[in-house]
Design a protein around this ligand. Structure first.
Ligand code: ATP
Ligand code: MG
Length: 229
């Protein structure tokens, strides 16, 4: 898969811009604050449906404009994929000209891996950063995974609401089981997807790391979860 072209309109500091890419490696260089990361951000949005820099979609619109548009054309297995993104009051996506109902439908159309200087925090910071990284990767490969994540978060929210009802409305504690069972069930499925992905990573990185360290170091990634079997 490769990205052919991206058109930006009123996106961040770009008024109207067309950027064509080579099939192989592309290097984008320039002075600070010229809009290099903005280009990467536009690719990320067309691949994952949201930005990696902000949750406030309005920030994406050029400060002096009312709307922003991104058009990305990529090729996968010799077929063109057109992703259109538009944001004014709301954000809208279409794939090959057809508007989509859920943003998650965009996942898996273009596979991307983002690695920025801040991503070193995946190693340094708390596990939530590592989970986020895994979520971004697996979501692109397994549509079911996104569904499970949403279900998991929703169930946790409902459980929290019920916890408050136990406290303030004297609802029976036993009913918590309903949520707990769901959380365990969904959590286990999520765990399996993550474990499978880590195993895949391990198959790849061992060779790469051996080469880069002239056979001196072996590398292995381990997923340590709270789930006990
Ligand atoms: N909504 C917006 N409207 C107009 N300009 C914006 C908007 N959001 C960001 N910018 C501008 O985009 C520029 C930053 O772009 P970007 O982060 O892509 O720079 P960069 O080339 O990656 O810089 P660096 O080398 O420092 O990483 C800044 O000039 C900023 O003012
Ligand atoms: Mg930058």
């Amino acid at each position: 898969m490769y990205i052919n072209k991206i058109n930006l309109e009123n996106f961040r500091n770009y008024e109207k811009e067309e950027i064509e890419f080579d099939k192989n490696i592309n290097i984008i260089y320039g002075d600070n604050a010229q809009g290099k990361t903005n280009i990467l951000e536009s690719i990320f949005i067309c691949s994952l449906g949201k930005s990696f820099r902000t949750n406030k979609d309005k920030e994406l619109i050029n400060k002096e404009k009312e709307y922003a548009k991104i058009k990305m054309i990529s090729s996968k297995e010799d077929r063109d994929i057109n992703i259109d993104f538009e944001i004014s009051e709301k954000k809208k996506f279409s794939i090959n000209g057809i508007p989509i109902k859920r943003t998650s439908e965009i996942l898996g159309k273009n596979y991307i891996v983002l690695f920025t200087p801040e991503d070193i925090m995946i190693l340094k910071n708390d596990p939530s950063k590592r989970r986020r990284f895994l979520n971004i990767m697996i979501s692109q490969l397994r549509p079911m995974y996104v569904h499970l994540l949403n279900q998991y978060n929703k169930t946790i929210e409902q459980r929290n609401t019920y916890l408050k009802q136990i406290k303030y409305e004297s609802k029976p504690v036993e009913n918590l089981n309903i949520w707990d069972e769901q959380i365990v069930k969904i959590g286990e499925k999520i765990y399996k997807y993550r474990k499978e992905f880590i195993e895949k990573i391990n198959e790849k990185i061992l060779d790469i790391h051996l080469k880069t360290t002239e056979n001196k170091e072996k590398i292995k990634v381990k997923y340590i979860s709270n789930i006990r079997k």
